[in-house]
Design a protein around this ligand. Structure first.
Ligand code: SF4
Length: 127
C-alpha cells in the first residue's frame, strides 16, 4: 500500500545511499517507527508514499524497498489513495521500464543530489 511501506535495515541503508544521506539523516527525514515492535515505515505525505512523484513514478525506483519489489505498487480504488494510483503492470514490465529509465531522470536525480550537497556545505560553513 502506497501510504504504508515497511522498510528493513537493508532497505534503509540502500535508500540512504541512493539519496546520499547517512542512515541517521535518512531515518530522521523519511522514516517513522511503530511505537510497538520497532517496525519502521516510510513517512507518508499527502496520505501516500513520499517517494511517489506527481507523475506517479517512484523517485527511488532503483533503491525502492523490498516490499515494493514483490508487487506492482498499488492501484487502490478508494479515494484515500487515489493520488497514489500507479501504473499497474507485471513485475517483468516494471523491470523493462527500469531498464529504459531515461537519461533525463538520471540527470534530474544528479541535480537534486548536487543541490542537496551544496546546501549541506552551506549549512556546514554557517556552523
Ligand atoms: S515503489 Fe516507490 S513510490 Fe511506490 S511505495 Fe515503494 S518507494 Fe513508494
Amino acid at each position: 500500500m502506497a501510504g504504508w511501506v515497511e522498510v528493513s535495515r537493508a532497505d534503509i541503508r540502500r535508500l540512504a545511499k541512493f539519496l546520499e544521506l547517512t542512515v541517521r539523516e535518512f531515518e530522521a527525514k523519511h522514516i517513522v517507527e511503530h511505537p510497538r515492535g520497532g517496525r519502521k515505515r516510510i513517512k507518508a505525505v499527502d496520505k501516500t508514499c513520499q517517494f511517489l512523484s506527481p507523475t506517479r513514478r517512484c523517485t527511488v525506483y532503483r533503491a525502492r524497498p523490498n516490499d515494493c519489489r514483490g508487487y506492482n505498487c498499488w492501484d487502490h480504488a478508494d479515494e484515500l489513495y487515489d493520488y497514489a494510483r500507479f501504473i499497474q503492470m507485471p513485475s517483468a514490465d516494471l523491470a523493462k521500464l527500469e531498464a529504459r529509465e531515461t537519461k533525463a531522470e538520471r540527470v534530474e536525480h544528479e541535480k537534486a543530489l548536487a543541490k542537496r550537497r551544496r546546501k549541506r556545505l552551506r549549512d556546514a560553513a554557517r556552523t
